[in-house]
Write a protein that binds this ligand. Structure first.
Ligand SMILES: Nc1nc2c(ncn2[C@@H]2O[C@H](COP(=O)(O)OP(=O)(O)OP(=O)(O)O)[C@@H](O)[C@H]2O)c(=O)[nH]1
Ligand SMILES: [Mg+2]
Length: 278
């Protein structure tokens, strides 16, 4: 399966991110804990070079803790910090205000010497559907931005005032221009960063089952009675039978089974899983 999805508006979004750089003091770079390394967008590397960055490992409730720990450690430096969050949990994002003050301390102190208290401005970036707008609403303590369980919900930039000392800019999700790494593209599709109609649901389901088999996923065994010594297609068949997904004429409905198992994974019903193997 080749996933080649880079809608025109994303080029525009990257350009808008580039021009907003002069307005901001720091970047909040969000990734999904189920594939934190694959959420790294190479087109941001040059753009944010030398800028204070707060890396947020979001959806921490869904990914595995070992991958989370290793990734979080890898993102700490003199001018970068990392935190993990479940952005749906109230007040969790408050920690970001503290991080922002810490990471912009030099600038704050410089103005303080002149007797000026500055307001900081941050820009929230990341792939589609990683939880950027949810995190901003959490930080603001009310629903200031539109959110949704699909990629491409935020269509334009939006400034949100958090308090007298902090404003943040929500941005539309941006993919990288070349999803030439097939494995990475599949992981992004599985975590919901790519619109489902771009991919073939049965192929995507088989890719997931294959990965879960290699991880020896307990839930697949217990919930669906899968056997890991066989090809993924046999297990997808088994899932369809177990769920009673049959077509007219009695054949198994593989498409429905594939959609169901991907949905199980996305909702965390198969356990806390990270697709990036570390
Ligand atoms: N389980 C879980 N779900 C989350 C978390 N944060 C956000 N979500 C869900 O992820 C989905 C996407 O959230 P959004 O905030 O709309 O994501 P976004 O990055 O702004 O998406 P775009 O605007 O499309 O780029 C929503 O269904 C949220 O409820 C989290 O920490 N854990
Ligand atoms: Mg959004």
């Amino acid at each position: 399966m080749n996933i080649n999805w880079y809608p025109g508006h994303m080029t525009k979004s990257i350009r808008q991110i580039e021009s907003a750089l002069k307005l901001i003091d720091f970047v909040v770079y969000i990734v999904d804990s189920r594939a934190p390394y694959s959420c790294h967008n190479p087109s941001f590397d040059a753009l944010f070079k030398g800028m204070p960055i707060i890396y947020v490992l979001n959806k921490v409730d869904l990914g595995d803790s070992k991958t989370a720990k290793i990734w979080l450690q890898s993102k700490c430096s003199d001018i970068t910090m990392s935190v993990s969050l479940d952005s749906r949990e109230s007040n969790q994002a408050k920690i970001l205000s503290t991080c922002a003050k810490q990471i912009c301390k030099t600038k704050i102190d410089k103005f303080k010497q002149k007797g000026i208290t500055i307001s900081l401005r941050g820009m929230v970036v990341g792939l589609p559907n990683v939880g950027k707008s949810t995190l901003i609403n959490n930080l603001a303590g009310s629903k200031k931005t539109k959110t949704g369980d699909m990629p491409g919900v935020t269509l334009g930039q939006q400034w949100v005032k958090i308090d007298d000392y902090l404003d943040v800019l929500d941005t539309p999700g941006t993919l990288y221009p070349k999803l030439s790494d097939r494995d990475c593209a599949i992981k992004l599709a599985l975590i919901g960063c790519i619109k489902d109609h771009i991919t073939d649901s049965v192929e995507l389901g088989l890719e997931l089952v294959d990965r879960l088999q290699k991880m020896d996923n307990t839930y697949l065994k217990e919930k669906y009675g899968c056997n890991f010594d066989v090809e993924p297609i046999i297990n997808l068949n088994q899932i369809a039978l177990k769920r009673g997904f049959l077509l007219k004429g009695g054949q198994v409905d593989l498409e429905r089974a594939a959609v169901a198992v991907v949905d199980d994974f996305r909702k965390g019903r198969l356990g806390r899983i990270s697709l990036d193997v570390v």
